[in-house]
Every structure is written in structure tokens, then in C-alpha cells.
Design a protein around this ligand. Sequence first.
Ligand SMILES: [Zn+2]
Ligand SMILES: [Zn+2]
Length: 401
Amino acid sequence: MYPLTQYSKSFDRIDITGQLICYSLFRSIQSTNVCEIMKDRKLNKVDKLTITFLVDNCIEWMTKLPPGFSHELPQHLNQPGHGIPDNDTGVPILDFDGFCCGAHGFSALIETHVEGDEEHHLTLFDTGPDSQSLVRNIRAMQTPTERIERVITSHWHSDHTGGLLSFLELRSKHETTIPCVVDVHPDRPLARGIAPGPHYNKVICAIPLDPTFEEITNAGGVLEKHSGGHTVAGGSVWVSGEIPRVTEYEAGIPGGQRWVKGADDEDGKWIAEPQIMDERYAAIDVEGKGLVIFSACSHAGIVNVVKDAIDTFQRPVYMIIGGLHLAGQEFASRIPMTVEFLSNQLKPSPFYVLPMHCTGFYAKIALEKAFGDGCVPAGVGLKVEVVGNKELEKRLFVASY
Ligand SMILES: [Zn+2]
Ligand SMILES: [Zn+2]
């Protein structure tokens, strides 16, 4: 794989006809590498995208959902054998042990299909925080783990990587000939910690360690390290590179800390790390609708994420999914500016916003005020189907902000 990071800001453009614009790239590297990278960066439009949320902080069973969204409960009623037959009432008794649990983290199963392709591709985006929640919820949703061909980790924080090894262990119990690629950013920290405000200078705890590269390989994962943007799943899913920080008010997480060891510094020390530069987002382009963006924790800021996706693909944003990281006092001032950007500055504004994981209560309220029913109360166990539309494709216009 050619290292893409050094070029990422100079050629990240695909025009409205889908052609890459990469003038500086042509000046920079040899043509053989250009061909390889162009193949690697072509994002195919999908005619169907199905998302199942496998880990999230919230469980939301009751609120009315838009078309294409399904709650967990009716999905269980459609599963063969779910529930305990009850002779007295004649209807099955729900089995709550077979339902999803909530956890502070994120994981979504992404199923994509491109017209003309015989295969559907299953990609897992993040793995939740611990060894139990993802495994339980995979069983609950009867997810075909043996068909998952790739796990993408959004960044090195264990509320997103904590379920990776137990997932690989579960998958290894199934008979399958499909290897499971684990797609990570190469810059895995030794440890990360939290230094709360108002001074942000005293680390009070470390976040559980992420799996090591060796542990991932030993658990059966085929490790791929990517610092640059690339497509996966038969060209149907985009995994971003480093997200450019171009929005002034999106200044990272003030309490972020990283444990480092220098050559002569055997003991190591904590250093401030407000920017989590290993964070990546994923995007899928649905024909006739536009981009569906997954931003798991949005340490880079969701505005920066959206700007990068539009600069890269020049496509409208149909749906924004993920933790928007606007919870807590230190992020409160960003809420109105973020909502203003998404609902007003961004043209066209997204059809749906699914604020999940670390978005926070007050940001959800503000998004609901701005988007109405377009702000969907998503949670674990929810399924979403986004179906492409050839006629609408002719009417889509280039997004701007
Ligand atoms: Zn994080
Ligand atoms: Zn997170």
C-alpha cells in the first residue's frame, strides 16, 4: 500500500462525474502508484445500504420512526424461534435475555450492495467498549459474523476497540473461508488518559488499553494499517484518512492526554493531546440520495467531517450517524454553531441526523428543534434500510457549505 498521508490534503477531490482531480499527485509520484491509488479511492454508488446498530449508549424502543427504520422488537418477532411459546395466551413471551444491551460505545454493521455485484459486503464499524456488549448484541440480532469481511476501527479509544478481540474470538468459532481484515490507523498510543476541566492538567484515570497489533493478529484478524483514505467492501465503503481541522470552534477534546515514552525517558509521561489525529470516518454513497456518514466519536468535529466528505466527493449528505461529542460543559458553546452549520449553512442540509453515543442530551434537543422528524432517536438494535433511486439521482446537485 502506498503511503497516502503526505498527499491527502493536495488531491482529495472527485468531481461531479466521479473523476479524480489530483494534479499535484501526478507531479508527486510515479504513474504506477497513481493507478493503484485511484483504484483504491474510487467510491462506487450503492443501490442498497442496510445498517444495524450493534452497540450504542441508548436503547430506544418506542418512539415513532421514519420509513426504512425498524425497532429491535419487531425484528425479534420476525426471527424464527424467538420467544417462549405460551399455551395460556397463545402468543410467545418475549425473551429479554435475547435482546440487546446498551453500553457507552459504538458499533454498527454496514451491509452494502452495488448494482451488478453478486455479493453483499458486510463491514463492522467499531466494536463497542468491552468484551461482552458486542458479542451479546450480535447474538441477539442473529448477525452472520462469518460473513463480516472487515472491521474498521474509527480511532484508538477503547469504547470503540474494546470488543474487537472478543468479536474475533466469536467469529473464529464459525466455519468460514472469508478472512476478517482489521482496518486500523497505524498510530496506536501506548495509553490514553483523561484530565478533566477546568484546568485539564491532571490526569485522573487512563482509558482501558486498546488491543495491540499482536493481539489482533493472534486472534485471527488480518491486520491492515491505513493512515490515508481508501475504499473497501468492493469499493462501496470509504474509510477516511486524517480529517483536516479547518473549523475554528472544533478544537478537539481539551482533556485528552497521551502516555509517551522517549528513547531516554524510560518512565514515560502524560502529554496533552486535544486532537485525536488517528480518527477516521466512513462514508457510503447511495444512488439518488447521497452520502451516509459514520462518525463514531467526532473528536475531529462533525463539521470538519462533513466538510472533508463534501470536499472529497462533491455529493450531498443524506444521513449523518454517530457520536457528535457535544456532551459536557466544555462543548456546550459548540452546539449552536454545529447545528447552524448542519441545518443552514450546509446545502442541501442532511435528510436525517442520527445523534448517538457521545452526542449528549442538549445537542440532541437542539438537533431535534432544527431537523424535526429528520432527527431520528437511534439506538442499539435499530435497523435502517436506505434504498437507492435512479430517477432521483438525475436531480441531485453538488453539496456546498
Ligand atoms: Zn474517542
Ligand atoms: Zn467514543
